[in-house]
Every structure is written in C-alpha cells, then in structure tokens.
Design a protein around this ligand. Structure first.
Ligand code: PAF
Length: 279
C-alpha cells in the first residue's frame, strides 16, 4: 500500500491506473479507523480495481474546537488496518494541502441540511461538502463509500453529487455494531468504561422501539425513546426524530412514508454520539 500526502502525487498515481483501464473506489475517512471503516474498504476492494482511503481530520466540518482538538489521530494503526484489508493507497494530506487558501464555497442543501445535525451543528455539512467535493475532484472515483451511521451526511452527499453533476456512484453501507449493539464510532474510544456502559442504552432503546412501534403510534414511539434516554443518568438527548429517509423531514404517522428512519443524537458525558434505525 502506498501512503501519499499530496494531491499531485495522488493524481499522478491514479492517472496511471486509469490509463490501464482500472476502476477506482474511494473511502473518505477522518482516520481512527475501526471495523465499520474496514467494512467500507472491504466492500470497495470487492467492487473496484484500486481503492483509495483518505485520512483527513477536516477542520471545516467541526463547529466545536474541542471536538476537533480531541478527535483521535492514529495514522500508523490506520495504515496497518488499511493494508490488511487490501487498500492500494492511503491518502493522508495536511490541512495546507487540502486548504491552500480558505474555502469560501457555501453549499445549501435545504431542507436536507436544516434539520437534525444541520440544526445542531451549524456549518457542519458545509464543511463536509467542501472536503468531500475536493476529494472527489482529486480522486475522480467511479464509486465512493459512506456509512449509514451518518445517515444525514449520506443523503446530503448524494444530493451534492446530483447538484454538481458529478459522474460517480455513491454507495451507502450498513451500520456496523459491537457485539453488544453499540454502533461503531471513532468517538467511542473517548468514552470512559462507565460511559461506554451507559452508551449501550442507545442501541438497546432503538431496538426495543422497533418492537414497541409494531403496536403503537409514531408519536408514542418517539416518546418511548425520548423517555428511555432521558431516564438514563449521564445521557443527554439532543434529538430523536422519526423522518422520511429520503427527505429527512419529520413525519407524523407511520403511513406518511414507506422509508421511515429514527435518528438520534445525544451526549454521553462530554462525547456526542449518533445512531439510527430503520422502522
Ligand atoms: O464521515 C466522516 O468521517 C467525514 O464526515 C468525512 C465524510 C470523511 C468527511 O470529512
């Protein structure tokens, strides 16, 4: 596996691959890789000749300076994992390489980006669109892979590709969970063992709500989840919204959509976690 730090070297390498008729898959990440990322890379390796994994903690998508400062950075371990799952290139640029000057582009994906994460983390999706579009221009992949844990991000990236008329396929991949149910996240490593225990309430509640939903209204199911989280000491709910999976807008009745997704964001101590479930 090659570790590349500059766009010009990356482009040179990929032009070579393209001239040999090879297909290119991209998995954008912020590093601190776990089994969830590995599953994206494995899928990309199965579906493309050459897989590029970008590792870049993108400052423009952090609306909280402490979150950016504390975000885990584990390049050496990341490269070992990527090599073991068959990535061809790890692209790990510096901030100066990706942002030689400030990116002043302003994206709006309303109403997709005005709800949930967009409402709680102002500027977050603008930063995501800035970096992901730069990565798409640098790599020009045939396919790019994103996890469904960041459900809203996936919808927004699909919309961005559509609006910018980019010629690539976005592949959404299912959430990978720990054996006990906790959705894998790079931020899980920041949880104390006590917080890790409490965080289990999230997936347990979401799964219990699937059963509850069979016999109850959407409003009652929403209240069921909110109460379970609010009753757990150490968890602070930011939102639980039951939305149409395409528009990301809240719905009122189960019959309002045939693609219903419950999206949750909360603080477990100081660590912000998200998860979601399909009804
Ligand atoms: O999901 C992530 O890790 C990031 O938002 C992404 C897509 C790599 C952009 O920085």
């Amino acid at each position: 596996m090659k570790v590349i730090h500059t766009i010009s070297e990356l482009k040179g390498e990929l032009d070579n691959c393209r001239s040999l008729g090879k297909s290119i898959g991209l998995v954008p990440t912020m590093g601190a890789l776990h089994k969830g990322h590995a599953s994206l890379v494995e899928r990309a390796v199965a579906e493309n000749d050459v897989v590029v994994v970008s590792i870049f903690v993108n400052p423009t998508q952090f609306n909280d300076k402490n979150d950016l400062k504390n975000y885990p950075r584990t390049l050496e371990a990341d490269c070992a994992l990527l090599e073991s799952v068959g990535a061809a290139i790890a692209f790990a640029p510096s901030v100066g390489e990706m942002y030689p000057e400030p990116d002043t582009r302003e994206f709006s994906f309303a109403p997709l980006d005005t709800v949930m994460e967009g409402a709680c983390r102002p500027g977050h999706f603008n930063g995501v669109a800035q970096i992901v579009s730069k990565l798409f221009y640098a790599v020009e992949p045939h396919k790019a892979y994103f996890g469904e844990k960041d459900f809203q991000q996936l919808a927004i990236i699909r919309e961005m590709v559509h609006r910018l008329a980019l010629d690539l396929q976005i592949v959404g991949c299912p959430i990978v969970r720990e054996p006990d149910g906790l959705a894998l996240s790079s931020r899980n490593t920041l949880l104390t063992s006590e917080e890790r225990e409490r965080a289990l309430t999230i997936s347990r509640t979401l799964f219990a709500s699937l059963e509850f939903a069979k016999e109850n209204t959407l409003a009652a199911t929403k209240a069921f989840v909110e109460k379970a989280i609010n009753d757990t000491e150490g968890l602070e709910l930011e939102y639980y919204q039951i939305v149409d999976g395409n528009t990301l807008q809240e719905i009122q009745e189960w019959s309002d959509s045939d693609y219903v997704v419950g999206c949750i964001a909360l603080f477990c101590g100081k660590i912000r976690l998200i998860d979601n479930i399909k009804y």
